[in-house]
Structure formats: structure tokens, C-alpha cells
Design a protein around this ligand. Structure first.
Ligand SMILES: [Zn+2]
Length: 331
């Protein structure tokens, strides 16, 4: 069941038990890294839970199933509520929770149940979380909440105490490769899967962003260090103009992974290298660079990533990173 979502067998079995009549928790928490299928499984569970068919669920043809169009991300089902931040990365506000709570006055329409998914529940403001807490303490009849977060510790302890937690682990890399191949991606799936750290969602977005072109830029710079004329080189790179915030994060990630691989090669752990398709380039750097330079380089790239993530100007951070790597290489 729910084969659309890869892996997570234990969690699937737990959820299947909830489909049967009997006592069930009012609120679940799905937690684990991003892009591994938490929301997908929540949606498929909701569709199955709400399906009106007496036989196999989800039947895909009853009115309830037709109103839960997961493929097109369209949910017109009156007994389904998806609560998310209005914009990616923004907070979930108390007004949004109150809007959802208003529906508690009405019984489910099509089904005997109502499913409310709160995606990125860690993004709730404290007021929003306290407002949700009231609903969790006295859940309206038939309601089932599914909270989703990457970090369970971001939720209020009072909220955590009201939910049944389901941990989601990243699938292994070969499973991610299979997902990529099923989507028609054939090149470098092994490297993509490794770089994405087991997250199919991240591997797909890497593929979309043409991560290999970005990685080539990072590798070229590392090979060129130390620079004769750093400022001239930075101007010629034009990264500040070329890379917006999202792409700058990807570029700094590539520096982190490349230098991580260099460190592994230098310490004789080449078997754990991510970028297995460019070993020659990595070997060259590993041979030329002192161990401490690669280590400090990883730290510098990590710091750059954090700064861009905190919304410091990507242009400034990238330029500072090039200068820093150049200085490290000149030590
Ligand atoms: Zn159905």
C-alpha cells in the first residue's frame, strides 16, 4: 500500500492500523529530514482514510477520492485541511490556525472524519502553536491531525506531549537512485543520490538546478587556487550577478562536498567520496593541498552557507569565500 511513497515500511504499517475502526490517536507527528516523503505519505494516508469505498481503499473513483487530487496538488475535499505557511520559509500565523479551528463547529461532510495536515509545523509562531494546542487538547470529534516537521524539537513541548511521533529516516542511496531513474534521469544518478544525502526531493532539485555545472565552477576554482590576482578573478567569475540566493547555497554546498571529499582522500577513506565521477580532479587537489587547508576550507564554506541562509548578501558572501579559500591556500 502507498507504493507511490518509497520506503518507510514501519510507518506505513502503523498508519494502516489506523484505517481500521477502533481507538486511534487524534494527532500524529511525522518528523525527519526534508524531501524524503513525509508529506506525500500524509496525503496518501489522508486520501485512503477519507475514501468512501467499502472495498479497496483508496478506490480512486469515489467522490472523496476525486476531491483528493494528490498528483495535481489540488484538494477540494471538504473534510481535508492543509495548513502551511503562506510563503515558503515564512511563519504559520495564529490567524491561520484560528481559521482552521472555525471548522470545528461543523461535522465532517463527506466522510466520518476530518484530516488536518500541518506542514512545516515547526514554523508556527508561539501564538499559533498555543492556539493549535487548544485544538489538540480537545480535538473536535472525528478529527485527525498530522503535523509534519524536519525537527521535532522545534515544536512546543506541550504540543509534543499531545502527538504520537513517527520518525522518518532517509532511504539509502540506491533507493534514491531508483527514484531518479523512474523519473527518467539517467546520468550520474549515483552522485546525485550521494550529494542529496538520501533525500529524493533534494536529488530532484539538484538535477533541476543543473548541479553538475555549478559543481564544475566550484571545482575549477579549487584547482586554480592560489590566485595571482584574486580581485580580478572574482570580478571575472561574476558569481554575484550569476547566482541568486538559492543558487549561491547550492554553490557553497558544492564547495563543502568537494572539500569534504578531498579530506576523505587525504585520510585514506576514498571509499566514502560522494563525487565519484570526478576522482581525477579531487585526487589532484588532495595531493597538492595540506590536510589542514582542506579542513579549514570546509569550515569556511559551511560558514558561507550559513550566512547566505541567514540572508546575508550572496554576492558578498561568495566573494569573501573565494578570498578566504585563496588566503588559506597561500598560508
Ligand atoms: Zn475512494
Amino acid at each position: 500500500m502507498w507504493d507511490e511513497v518509497l520506503g518507510h515500511q514501519q510507518n506505513k504499517e502503523f498508519l494502516q492500523k489506523l484505517l481500521k475502526p477502533g481507538s486511534r490517536p487524534h494527532a500524529l507527528l511525522f518528523y525527519g529530514m526534508g524531501g524524503i516523503g513525509k508529506k506525500m505519505l500524509a496525503l496518501h494516508f489522508a486520501k485512503t482514510f477519507l475514501c468512501k469505498s467499502a472495498a479497496k481503499k483508496p478506490c480512486g473513483i469515489c467522490e472523496s477520492c476525486r476531491l483528493m487530487d494528490i498528483e495535481n496538488n489540488s484538494f477540494a475535499h471538504p473534510d481535508f485541511y492543509l495548513l502551511t505557511a503562506e510563503e515558503a520559509g515564512k511563519d504559520i500565523k495564529i490567524e491561520q490556525v484560528k481559521e482552521m479551528a472555525k471548522q470545528a463547529a461543523f461535522a465532517p461532510v463527506l466522510s466520518e472524519h476530518k484530516v488536518c495536515i500541518i506542514d512545516d509545523a515547526g514554523q508556527m509562531t508561539a501564538e499559533a502553536a498555543n492556539s493549535l494546542l487548544k485544538l489538540l487538547e480537545e480535538p473536535p470529534p472525528g478529527w485527525l491531525f498530522i503535523l509534519i516537521t524536519q525537527q521535532a524539537e522545534r515544536l512546543l513541548p506541550t504540543v509534543l506531549s499531545r502527538v504520537v511521533r513517527l520518525r522518518f529516516d532517509a532511504p539509502d542511496n540506491s533507493a534514491v537512485q531508483q527514484i531518479l531513474e523512474a523519473k527518467g534521469i539517467v546520468q550520474n544518478t549515483r552522485v546525485l543520490a550521494a550529494l542529496a544525502g538520501g533525500s529524493p526531493g533534494r536529488a530532484l532539485s539538484y538535477n533541476q538546478a543543473d548541479i553538475f555545472a555549478i559543481r564544475r565552477e566550484a571545482l575549477d576554482l579549487l584547482k586554480k587556487l592560489p590566485l595571482q590576482n584574486p580581485f580580478g578573478y572574482i570580478a571575472a567569475l561574476g558569481w554575484g550577478e550569476k547566482y541568486d540566493r538559492a543558487a549561491a547555497l547550492l554553490l557553497t554546498e558544492q564547495f563543502i562536498y568537494l572539500l569534504r571529499d578531498v579530506l576523505l582522500l587525504q585520510s585514506g577513506a576514498g571509499g566514502q567520496v560522494y563525487n565519484t565521477d570526478i576522482m581525477a580532479g579531487l585526487d589532484g587537489i588532495a595531493a597538492d593541498w595540506p590536510l589542514h587547508t582542506a579542513r579549514q576550507g570546509v569550515n569556511a564554506a559551511q560558514e558561507a552557507w550559513q550566512n547566505i541562509n541567514k540572508n546575508v548578501s550572496a554576492k558578498n558572501v561568495l566573494e569573501a569565500l573565494v578570498l578566504k579559500l585563496d588566503l588559506l591556500r597561500k598560508e
